[in-house]
Design a binder for this molecule. Structure first.
Ligand code: PLP
Length: 425
């Protein structure tokens, strides 16, 4: 059974102020995890994690992570603006987008982000986007600016369950286009370069990530040799997994750090290349295990199966419904109860896949019991939606001294109706 950073009594106290459902994040655990990741890569001068904003786009969390030394990995205009408003700008932002609108490239350029291109055609598109009908930026404007390309290894790299097979993925450039893109940038006067890939999602095997780093070291060496460009960093992407299921083994970050260090010694130092900074853009493994969706049992229904209906629904957390994802469920105060039975744990949407758990053995539940859905700290609240008129919940931050801070209020019906014009009826 998962150990929670709060008791049933604490939840009662919190819920008296913020009615369920709500998200609560464990600040101390997130900080500790950030320290651990940095330590695992302490051997690499300039190592940097750019937190994938889409995982948990809350300015309070972004600021907290930036105080831990992290940057922000943005993929949209809203994420760029959010990061800026959390005080994260310039090279502390990595802009990794795809199918990018011109306005987003303009904002990335304005904020001074490291711009990471998804396609060989995006370089020209970017220049036109920034020029806005005027003169395109040239060598002088690129002074100090860092550009990057996203590599897609295609069949050279085996697939991964969530992100799929690279040759079927819409992201990144095949090898020949990658070389072409660096050549164009070099010829335009760009001096500072990085190399990126992202081929994993929720990957728990450290060897897969170590192999990814090796692959990038090799490509960086090839591009440097052929085109004479010097790389400052390789970004090995995000995708480090977390143990959602009992029995899953967590990624050993220290092992990962050592494995990449060995590869670095061989493939970078061994070739006499200039030092490379290692960048990462993880989301899930940074905040995922330290966020909880807290709900209460609303109805117990006995039909062909036994159902525990919560006051949260898949609009609050859609991973179980869309990926069949497993999330551990804890019932505070009943953790050691020997009286268990099997439930489908549901929400209230008019969708039969609105289930947080299917045929899950849990302590006997009653109306009003707290139900805590674990590992919801990344790709949880952020994937929320409003179907059926369901409102997104509050987000709370639990500090190590037990204090709780609201970092996002719950939506109201007024928020939901804000885009409608009732007067024009
Ligand atoms: C989603 C995404 C990430 C973060 O993925 P996690 O699985 O949360 O680590 C990083 N980079 C890119 C380009 C992404 O699309």
């Amino acid at each position: 059974m998962r150990k929670l950073p709060f008791t049933k009594g604490k939840l009662e106290e919190i819920a008296s102020k913020w009615p369920t459902p709500f998200y609560v994040y464990d600040a101390a655990a997130i900080r500790e995890n950030a320290r651990r990741l940095k330590k695992a890569f302490g051997w690499n001068r300039g190592f940097r994690e750019y937190f994938a904003v889409k995982a948990t786009p809350n300015p309070h969390l972004l600021k907290m992570l930036s105080q831990c030394g992290f940057g922000a990995d943005c993929s949209s205009l809203a994420e760029l603006v959010l990061s800026k408003r959390a005080g994260i700008t310039g090279e502390n932002v990595m802009f990794t987008s795809n199918d990018t609108p011109a306005e987003e490239f303009r904002e990335a350029w304005r904020t001074g982000a490291i711009v990471n291109f998804d396609d060989v055609t995006h370089w020209e598109y970017f220049l036109d986007a920034v020029a806005q009908g005027g003169t395109r930026p040239g060598a002088a404007d690129f002074d100090g600016r860092v550009f990057c390309c996203r590599y897609n290894p295609g069949p050279l790299k085996g697939g991964n369950a969530i992100i799929g097979r690279p040759e079927e993925a819409k992201y990144g450039m095949p090898r020949d286009q990658l070389f072409r893109c660096y050549e164009m940038m070099r010829d335009a006067g760009v001096k500072r370069f990085g190399l990126h890939t992202m081929v994993a999602s929720n990957e728990l095997d450290p060897e897969y990530i170590i192999d990814t780093a090796k692959m990038l070291f090799d490509i960086a060496a090839d591009v440097s040799r052929q085109l004479g460009v010097v790389f400052e960093f390789v970004n090995i992407g995000g995708g480090v997994g977390i143990p959602y299921k009992p029995g899953d083994r967590p990624m050993n970050l220290e092992y990962l750090g050592r494995g990449i260090e060995a590869a670095y010694r061989e493939c970078v130092l061994g070739r006499g290349m200039k030092p490379l900074k290692i960048f990462m853009e993880c989301g899930r493994c940074i905040t995922g295990p330290y966020g909880y969706l807290v709900a209460r049992v609303l109805h117990i229904k006995r039909k062909y199966r036994l159902y525990a209906g919560l006051d949260a629904c898949m609009a609050n957390l859609m991973r179980p419904a869309i990926y069949g994802a497993y999330h551990e469920i804890v019932v505070p105060g009943k953790e050691s109860s020997g009286d268990t039975t099997t439930y489908d744990v549901t929400g209230s949407l008019c969708e039969n896949n609105d289930k947080f758990a299917v045929q899950r053995v849990l302590p006997l539940l009653e109306r009003g019991d707290f139900v805590v859905i674990c590992d919801a700290g990344a790709h949880g609240h952020s994937m929320g939606f409003q179907y059926n008129g369901k409102l997104r919940s509050a987000e709370l931050l639990l500090e190590s001294d037990g204090s709780v801070r609201e970092i996002r209020r719950a939506e109201t019906l007024d928020d939901y109706f804000a885009t409608l014009d009732f007067d024009g009826l």
